[in-house]
Design a protein around this ligand. Structure first.
Ligand code: COA
Ligand code: AMP
Length: 643
């Protein structure tokens, strides 16, 4: 940990002299060709970091530590309460298994720049698959297991992979998730299915393999010829990670190799204060950005030990599970989503299960991100654990915290409700909404959270195959700035407060989802005339989606049966992760006189605010009728009830 004033000094330097700052940070990475240029602004607003450098990310994550004499240090601990498995991988073993997997991928036709879709549960082969892609200079695209086949198909069609790596099943506490049938269905739906699939057969539920297309991991990988690392340009993509936007089509966030390696390495030391020989436990699925950055790449690039946990915060077997992992593996830093802590608090408010484990022996901080950290959850975690609880705010797009309390640099005073201060490289501004001139509002005034370009290394250079969409979604609202999609304010001390999304993205149990996508599913039903999906406040999941549907005139349907059918459709087409459980059939949706549905007003009601009724509204009574439907979902802390 650093000394008082370190944060300010570093922050100022990163904004005033970004080239110098990020040149110095780059020294922590092993390059095949050192960067001689740091920032390429020649195609602004498209910026590239380390434009002439070369490296291999897998070498930095694995080989470098083995070659440096730390081959016997533990790289990854696979802790799986759902299967009763505990397995440790040293850096040497992980490097060797990754090299063989890379050899197998290469034999299946994967080369530099090719895409590989990874649709897997939290098993070591998933991490091995990601790193094997990195070794070959191929580009992985991990798809979260809670998505339905149609979502997987959309991602396959956008990325056009050479190979899909999957498993026969996932194991949820109450059911098995049949990955392989979902993959088969996705490949049936996809316009660009790959020629080959590589499948990990799990004992709990093996699957049928399709001859000629499907290959068994256990047959192909162990005997494969280990592949040497392929050196790539720092600006070559390492991965694509799809995330929800306002429209139905997910956005393929691109992460490059060089900027990512630098940002991960820098943040591990300075934000998280984790280094070689120390253990980090990030309980996020590898299908999300947090899992990519701080379960897989961050800890390994730093030479630390990472815990891959196949289980839940509660129910595997109880609400003491995280604390068991922390104690058993001597975890220094833990990272999860506020929802997970709320789930634990609900079952173990008094900390009886926590008291059975000596977390204080190793734990130094708990990091929480992915959704707003409500002060009650912050206070509970702080008082129970007795360590700093660090709210940090970021997005799939940025790949690492935009705002946090950088314990590795300096421990700043915490303010509940705020993810603290902007991290080096992020010039965060609060702008007047609807004013393209990019005018900053004064401290404490609410506005749109934007980041002055260029953003630091590790953040997205563009969207996969769609520069125009990158421009129109993020860069054109306020020229010279990146639009985060969140609203908020800065206080007089420069602490940031994030109030929530200003678009149609919602956050359900730390999972980012698009209401527009759910609306598209509802609108496709022949009985639906109009619909809206709104995220209503939920004291457990943060938000849950609610559907409002107007039935076509003249169509005779049973409202309850229609609601059930629509709920089932969203589950089938988007996935269980949407937690879409309630549809209300209503007489009308609130609209302006020009016919525009008042989504923002509905959103504000659902957030528990009392918006002024717009003067342009056609019929205020329609809005009044929706108020009880959009009321917070579960004041007592339970889940939204099925409708
Ligand atoms: N594969 C398949 N299905 C999955 C899945 C996966 N990897 N993850 C979740 N699902 C399913 C669940 O089984 C559930 O299905 P159900 O409707 O049949 O019960 C559904 O998706 C909703 O899951 P979830 O929102 O996770 O709710 P939950 O009640 O099962 O669990 C929590 C609640 C709090 C335990 C869980 O949401 C959680 O751990 N959240 C943290 C999220 C997180 O880490 N986000 C990353 C950003 S940091
Ligand atoms: P994702 O891309 O899935 O990480 O989701 C990013 C979005 O989650 C952000 O734009 C915010 O709306 C929300 N979010 C993430 N972390 C926080 C946080 N610490 N506080 C408030 N909102 C957050």
């Amino acid at each position: 940990m650093g000394e008082a004033g370190d944060y300010r000094r570093h922050y100022r330097r990163s904004i005033e002299h970004p080239d110098e700052f990020w040149a110095e940070a780059a020294r922590a990475v092993d390059w095949a060709r050192q960067p001689s240029r740091i920032l390429d602004a020649s195609r602004a607003p498209f910026y590239r970091w380390y434009p002439d450098a070369e490296l291999n990310t897998c070498v930095n994550a694995l080989d470098r530590h083995v070659d440096g004499g730390r081959g016997d240090a533990v790289a990854l601990i696979y802790d799986s309460p759902v299967t009763g498995t505990l397995r440790r991988y040293t850096y040497r073993r992980l490097r060797d298994e990754v090299a063989r997997a890379a050899g197998a991928f290469a034999a299946l036709g994967v080369g530099r720049g090719d895409r590989v879709v990874v649709y897997m549960p939290m098993i070591p082969e998933a991490v091995i698959a990601m790193l094997a892609c990195a070794r070959l200079g191929a580009i992985h695209s991990v798809v979260f297991g809670g998505f339905a086949p149609a979502e997987l198909a959309a991602r396959i069609d956008d990325a056009r992979p050479t190979l899909v790596v999957s498993a026969s099943c996932g194991i949820e506490p109450t059911r098995l998730v049949p990955y392989k049938p979902m993959l088969d269905e996705a490949l049936r739906l996809a316009a660009h299915p790959p020629a080959a699939c590589l499948i990990v057969q799990r004992e709990r539920q093996p699957c049928e393999l399709i001859a000629g297309r499907d290959h068994d991991w256990a047959e192909v990988v162990p005997g494969a010829t280990p592949a040497d690392p392929v050196i790539v340009a720092a600006t070559d993509p390492l991965y694509i990670l799809y995330t929800s936007g306002t429209t139905g089509r997910p956005k393929g966030i691109v992460r490059d190799n060089g900027g990512h390696a630098v940002a991960m390495t820098w943040s591990m030391a300075n934000v998280f204060d984790v280094g070689p020989g120390e253990t980090m436990f990030t309980a996020s699925d590898i299908g999300w950005a947090v899992g990519h950055s701080y379960t897989v790449y961050g800890p390994l690039l730093a030479g630390a030990t990472t815990v891959l946990y196949e289980g839940k915060p509660v129910g595997t077997p109880d609400a003491g599970a995280f604390w068991r992992v922390v104690t058993e593996h001597e975890v220094k830093v833990m990272f999860t989503a506020p929802t997970a802590i709320r789930a634990i608090k609900k079952e173990d408010a008094a900390g009886t299960l926590l008291a059975k484990h000596d977390v204080a022996a190793s734990l130094r901080a708990l990091y929480l991100a992915g959704e707003r950290l409500d002060p009650a959850t912050y206070e509970w975690a702080t008082s129970m654990l007795g360590v700093p609880v660090v709210d940090n705010w970021w997005q799939t797009e940025t790949g690492w915290p935009i705002a946090a309390n950088p314990l590795g640099l300096e421990r700043l005073p915490a303010k509940p409700g705020s993810p603290s201060v902007p991290m080096p490289g992020y010039d965060v501004r609060i702008l007047e909404p609807d004013n393209p001139d990019g005018v900053a509002v004064p401290p404490r005034a609410e506005g749109v959270i934007a980041i002055r370009l260029p953003m630091p290394p590790g953040t997205l250079p563009t969207l996969w195959g769609d520069d125009d969409r990158y421009l129109s979604s993020y860069l054109s609202a306020f020229p010279g700035y990146y639009l985060t999609g969140d609203g908020g304010y800065l206080d007089d001390d420069g602490y940031l407060y994030v109030l929530g999304r200003i678009d149609d993205v919602i956050n359900v149990a730390g999972h980012r989802l698009s209401t527009g996508e759910m609306e598209a599913v509802l609108a496709a039903h022949p009985a639906v005339a109009e619909c809206a999906v709104v995220g209503v406040a939920d004291s457990f999941k943060g938000q849950v989606p609610r559907g409002l549907v107007v039935v076509k005139s003249g169509v005779d349907v049973d409202p309850a049966a229609l609601a059930d059918e629509l709920v089932a459709r969203v589950r089938a087409e988007i996935g269980p992760v949407a937690s879409f459980k309630r549809v209300d059939i209503v007489a009308a949706l609130p609209k302006t006189r020009s016919g525009k549905i008042l989504r923002r007003t509905m959103r504000e009601i659902a957030d528990g605010r009392s918006p002024a009724v717009p003067s342009t509204i056609e019929d205020a009574s329609v809005l009044a009728a929706l108020r009880p439907i959009l009321a917070p979902a579960s004041a007592a802390g339970g889940q939204a009830e099925a409708g």
